[in-house]
Design a protein around this ligand. Structure first.
Ligand code: SF4
Length: 555
């Protein structure tokens, strides 16, 4: 089976050491990306670790396809113990970083320890260097990129960086690459902030011995280049009005199911502001959205649909330029647009200030710097909703993505049981429910499908293939690319979900953490069906005997 190559590079920023360890068995068994990172995290992060403690570890892991020039593969996985959920979280970002990480020759980067001084870590194919960067204290993400460009001749495609939000341990701070692409969910930026790591750069010409089969690669690239999908023109915002028409666009902090100004913040509004094509490394699909508004003096990339929801409908804001400004601000401060937007919306609900976009941006800045009320909001809705006097729209501490689970009940079930909470990328039940392939009404009988979707997403983040490439990187092509049966690839996904759940169980997660802040039909019975389909106990626990070794050397 195709798998990533290279050693585990452990960089301990506390004692400033770099150590290489062979993980060939783990790579052979788990391929790369999220599956390998989850296996390593399970093995090497103590079950009782503090997310902000030196014992937490962050893993940056490419898959084997990141070495190729195939469309839909310019992505990377990052995994750590989350300060937002308190369980394992994996997040995935695009851009141009993945080829540079592979170029260093490493299989996986592991960041451990805590530094006394703010650090930049430089990883190259010649070794690792540590640079104290006191001048970057409080710097925004673009300021950090500028520093690396001026002082080191490195571009934003060579870097991951955090902004002030990460330094200040905002629980939903993001790790940014290419200034505008985010490892967004779960507070991974705060993990790097707790380690006093401002940025990590990657540079090298190494070419690991990974052989990618050619024919499907060329077909995928050609088809991506010739596609006339709406997604290519309008990115994910192309679906905004359809989703609104399906009453699945949460509005005014979940008070309503649809937004009367969806057309002002949706795909057409964004396309009007788009000034050129944008892509990730080598991706001919090029769905990204560089946008600008000269009158407002704003230039950003996106906003994507989830930002349109979080800083648009969720806050009662119906002007795309306001959403663009919020998007640019979040990228610059290094903060997840979904959690930030929804947390700000919770505050606007408490103060009856829906529609006040200026206040929304002011609050976002205060969150990043933990000033005034921002210090409470920086903890996220789960930890501050009582102070605000609003309902707690989170699952496992994660603020809801759009795609309303009150309308798409299978997606609601997914939010309820997902190891990282209310995130839409954990399992795509929304797709068959929007298309009508599955009746969106009801939860019973959907568990088997949910398990398949979770496993497919987990393998997608392992390979690594972009979520928007599923019509092109089809199951039979995955079989060709990975030289394996699709069932075996899905089993790798299943093991990954199981391992995440087992880790979280050791931290005390069980059935009481699986649920929703609102009612949908037969949820408890559907959760029973889900546990049965997974082979877990009725308390949502993975039996120890069900946790197979990831590889002979790993357990
Ligand atoms: S489809 Fe879009 S998001 Fe995915 S890799 Fe290509 S350009 Fe990036």
């Amino acid at each position: 089976m195709l798998h990533a190559e290279g050693p585990l590079l452990t960089v301990d920023v506390g004692d400033r050491t770099a150590t290489e360890t062979s993980i060939d068995d783990t790579l052979e068994a788990a391929v790369g990306g999220r599956a390998v990172a989850t296996a390593l995290a399970h093995e090497r992060i103590p079950f009782d670790a503090d997310p902000f403690g030196p014992e937490n570890r962050a893993y940056l892991a490419p898959g084997p396809l990141q070495q190729s020039r195939m469309s839909f593969t310019g992505r990377l996985n990052m995994t750590a113990l989350s300060p937002l959920t308190d369980g394992l979280v994996s997040s995935n970002a695009g851009g141009y970083l993945s080829r540079n990480v592979v170029g260093t020759g490493i299989g996986v980067l592991e960041l451990a320890g805590t530094s006394d001084e703010l650090l930049a870590v430089h990883v190259t194919d010649r070794g690792v260097e540590f640079e104290e960067v006191p001048d970057l204290e409080g710097a925004t993400v673009p300021e950090t990129s500028e520093y690396m460009a001026d002082g080191h001749d490195l571009g934003p495609d060579n870097c991951i960086a955090i902004g002030p939000a990460g330094e200040n341990r905002v629980r939903f701070a993001s790790v940014m690459t290419f200034d505008s692409r985010a490892f967004g969910r779960g507070g991974l930026g705060a993990v790097l902030g707790s380690k006093n790591v401002k940025c990590v750069t990657f540079e090298g010409d190494s070419e690991p011995p990974v052989e990618i089969p050619n024919p499907p690669e060329m077909d995928i690239h050609r088809e991506a280049a010739q596609s006339d999908d709406l997604l290519r023109r309008q990115g994910t915002t192309g679906s905004t009005e359809f989703i609104n028409d399906n009453f699945a666009l949460p509005t005014r902090y979940f008070e309503e199911y649809g937004f009367e100004h969806a057309d002002r913040i949706g795909g057409n509004a964004v396309e009007e502001k788009k000034y050129e094509k944008g892509a990730c490394s080598a991706c001919a699909y090029a769905c990204k959205l560089p946008t600008r508004d000269e009158e407002a003096g704003i230039e950003t990339e996106g906003p994507e649909f989830e930002t349109v929801y979080a800083f648009g409908s969720s806050q009662g804001v119906g002007d795309i330029v306001d959403v663009m400004k919020a998007n640019e601000l979040c990228d610059s401060l290094g903060i997840d647009t979904i959690s930030a937007g929804v947390t700000v919306a919770a505050y606007l609900a408490s103060e009856d200030e829906f529609g006040n976009a200026d206040l929304a941006r002011e609050l976002t800045e205060k969150i990043a710097y933990r000033e005034g009320i921002g210090d409470r909001l920086a903890e996220g809705v789960d930890r501050c909703h009582d102070d605000l006097g609003v309902d707690n729209y989170t699952v496992k501490g994660t603020e809801f993505a759009a795609h309303d689970g009150r309308v798409l009940h299978g997606q609601g079930l997914s939010y309820a049981v997902a190891n990282r909470g209310a995130d839409h990328m954990y399992a795509g039940m929304l797709t068959p429910e929007y298309s009508g392939e599955l009746d969106p009404e009801g939860t019973l009988g959907k568990a088997e499908r949910l398990v398949r979707e979770e496993n497919a997403s987990a393998f997608r983040d392992t390979g690594i293939v972009c979520a928007f490439g599923s019509d092109y990187v089809t199951p039979d092509r995955l079989e060709t690319l990975f030289d394996a049966d699709y069932a075996d690839l899905m089993e790798i996904g299943a093991r990954t979900v199981r391992r995440e759940r087992h880790f979280n169980n050791q931290r005390g997660f069980d059935r009481s953490d699986d649920g929703l802040p609102y009612e949908i039909p037969d949820l408890e019975a559907a959760i029973d069906e889900y546990y049965a389909a997974r082979g877990w106990t009725e308390d949502g626990v993975v039996p120890d005997r069900a946790l197979e070794p990831i590889a002979p050397s790993a357990d």
